[in-house]
Design a protein around this ligand. Sequence first.
Ligand code: 2AM
Ligand code: CA
Ligand code: CA
Ligand code: CA
Length: 261
Amino acid sequence: MNEAELVRIDRHVKQWLHASREFILNQMQATLNVSQKTSRRDLVTNVDKENEKLLINKIRTFSPDSQILGEEGFGDQIKNTKGWVWVVDPIDGTMNFVKQRDHFATMIALYIDGESVLGYIYDIMHDDLYSGGPSLGVFKNDQPLPKPENTALHDGLICVSGPLVLHQKLNLPAVVEQSAGLRNYGSAGIEIIHLLTGKIVSYISYLKPWDFGAGKILAESLGLAVTTVDGRPLDMLSSDFVMVATVKAQQDILPIIGSNV
Ligand code: 2AM
Ligand code: CA
Ligand code: CA
Ligand code: CA
């Protein structure tokens, strides 16, 4: 795809995301309608659902022949990654949204025939939009973002998702022990932003495609490694144990994390 076409799509997606932010901020004035999905730690609100509908409507109008993968189920049942595939996570960090009213993101990704094209992570409360891809480069609020330093595990902080810290089959205590320290922000999108900006050297979590779709595009475009915990490429249609890391931290973590998950 040529650059003019990419820039045109990019302009549209940013408009949709700004509309989403207005919608979310508005809805936050009213009482949230919160329900459980699979457990009391896995929540969904009326805002997750309505914002997904809002974004999917925009995508369908803009590009009717696309396939859409949305977390809350208003997209398509996708069986392959042929053609244009949009991946939508309307609110990433729903628990933070409910409990903190902060530290959550809206994420969109565009893949064409399985290839990375454009990714977006919008930190809604801080009004920081990270956008771009392999051709355009990566931007924070339209300013180019430099590549993060290739810092080793020993010298960097890492984020591991809450449930994974307790996962017996991965040797995460050894990984944490070798790092400079452990952090946890509760939103894959916000955690990947910390990698893009060089504030942490790895993020390890069990993720679904909408959790990593946008982050993978942005992270790889800045020279970060995005794989499973045993170093395999991610499959856009499956959940997996995902590791985003600097190249050095990836080399440090792979031999010690254990992969018999
Ligand atoms: P979500 O808020 O969009 O569901 C929280 O640790 C991070 O993991 C969030 O990015 C959250 O995305 C994601 N996540 C993936 N599967 C989850 C689950 N079953 N329960 C809670 N969070 C989950
Ligand atoms: Ca969810
Ligand atoms: Ca998510
Ligand atoms: Ca979500």
